[in-house]
Design a binder for this molecule. Structure first.
Ligand code: AMP
Ligand code: GLY
Length: 427
């Protein structure tokens, strides 16, 4: 098979790495890819939103399967564009990717189908939003831009003034453009956050191993929200009881709800959950693998990913026995100092060769490229995902931090406490 992967971050590197292990695959292309992906795939300089160029490329190269890693093209309808050309593609159609693309849609869906989530109201005018806030006395409160906003459209406001400023930022100043045309105002929940990724074939859902993100930039969960500074899998807080509850009241009900709405979902659903005192509740849905969740979940997956993806497309996921290894995986994001605000890039990266022939250690590239001299240099806020397996979380964490020291570049920045939460687990 010839496979095309769309995207160019650490998640797509992990997907390409997993696809490369399938004996069915003879050639992988990645658009646009990055310097790490280039070791496994031929990178083609086409942007993820250039649907016409991507479909033309897929036809010209006779691609058998295209896998879309990123949210923007999915929400923008890349799957519909490929299907219109008779090309085989993995991901939700536009009418299903709305599960991630519109928070108002997903909240209304959960309400209609009794899927546990925080209570909320939606607003299309800033005046109405402010009038509602003036009556509301409970803080903190959460404001969410309806549309995609690079993971930055969620504001937790501690008082009325902050909330009013937030409404202005999202709806009036349009900091995230049309994403702020509609606003969700929701109840603030407390609890531990866990991520569960799943394969969905339109009818049924099969969940992968659980994972836990670290969204804040600095140690101790301080600093600004980022795309994710590290991750581990599995999370001990995702217990058998929690899983039973979520399978029954969240996962399959979501897939059933999408089908009932005439929006059958095929692809990956990433359930962002909060384990509250009142039970697990949905924080958000994503319509794709998480980044860096994919980097800790895929190394633990035993199946050939091509088999699972084809089963999702064909509606035969019930015939797949999805299996994960019994071990644990930790990834630490090496970022450019200053991320997520402003940072320099273009610095040569040293030490990548240390990962060669070291089973259980991986360096997935998030933001790298080749410079004019052919050196691999930093090319983004998140640069590398240093990843390691271990027999349990403590060993995986120790291994990942050992491997962090193998890499060197000017401006290297990372959190020192990825996976610290496991020390708090009293199981
Ligand atoms: P989201 O993009 O909806 O996952 O929101 C980003 C982050 O904001 C989440 O990972 C949570 O840490 C936080 N968050 C979102 N919604 C709530 C909520 N209702 N209560 C508390 N924290 C929230
Ligand atoms: N790591 C969170 C996300 O991919 O949305």
């Amino acid at each position: 098979m010839k496979v095309l992967v769309v995207g160019g971050g650490g998640r797509e590197h992990a997907i390409v790495w997993k696809v490369a292990q399938s004996p069915k695959v003879e050639k992988i292309y990645c658009a646009p890819g990055n310097a790490g992906i280039a070791e496994l795939a031929e990178c083609v300089p086409i942007g993820a939103m250039e649907f016409d160029k991507l479909t033309a490329f897929a036809r010209e190269k006779e691609i058998d399967l295209t896998i879309v890693g990123m949210d923007d093209p999915l929400v923008g309808g890349i799957v519909d564009a490929f299907e219109a050309e008779g090309l085989r593609v993995f991901g939700p159609r536009k009418n299903a990717a709305i599960l991630e693309g519109s928070k108002a849609f997903s909240k209304n869906l959960m309400k209609k189908y009794n899927i546990p989530t925080a209570s909320y109201e939606t607003f299309t005018s800033p005046e109405d939003a402010i009038a509602y806030l003036e009556k509301n006395q409970k803080y903190p409160i959460v404001l969410k831009a309806d549309g995609l906003a690079l993971g930055k459209g969620v504001l937790i406001c501690n008082n009325l003034q902050e909330a009013k400023d937030g409404v202005k930022e999202l709806m009036v100043d349009k900091k995230f453009g049309h994403a702020g045309d509609e606003l969700v105002i929701e109840e603030f929940m407390t609890g531990r956050e866990v991520s569960v990724l799943s394969y969905v074939d339109g009818n049924i859902v099969k969940t992968m191993a659980s994972a836990q993100d670290h969204k804040r930039a600095k140690d101790g969960d301080q600093g600004l929200n980022t795309g994710g500074m590290g991750n581990f899998s599995p999370t001990p807080f995702y217990t058998k009881d929690v899983d039973d509850f979520c399978q029954k009241y969240i996962f399959q009900p979501t897939v059933d709800a999408m089908k009932a709405e005439g929006r059958p979902f095929k692809g990956i659903i990433f359930f962002g959950l909060m384990l509250t005192d009142d039970g697990p509740k949905v924080l958000e849905y994503n319509a794709r693998f998480g980044d860096p969740e994919a980097q800790v979940v895929l190394p633990r997956m035993k199946n050939d990913i091509i088999d699972v993806i084809e089963a999702c497309i064909d509606g035969t996921l019930d015939q797949i026995d999805l299996q994960f290894r019994d071990d644990a995986c930790v990834t630490v994001v090496l970022a450019s100092d200053g991320y997520p605000v402003s940072y320099e890039k273009g610095f040569p990266i040293h030490g990548l060769e240390n990962f060669k022939n070291k089973p259980g250690y991986y360096v997935f590239h998030a933001g790298t490229k080749f410079n004019d001299k052919g050196e691999i240099v930093t090319n983004g806020g998140r640069v590398l995902n240093v990843t390691a397996l271990g027999k349990d979380l403590k060993e995986a964490r120790a291994n990942a931090y050992k491997a962090v020291d193998w890499i060197d570049f000017q401006n290297k920045y990372y959190r020192h406490d990825i996976g610290h939460a496991i020390d708090e687990f009293k199981g």
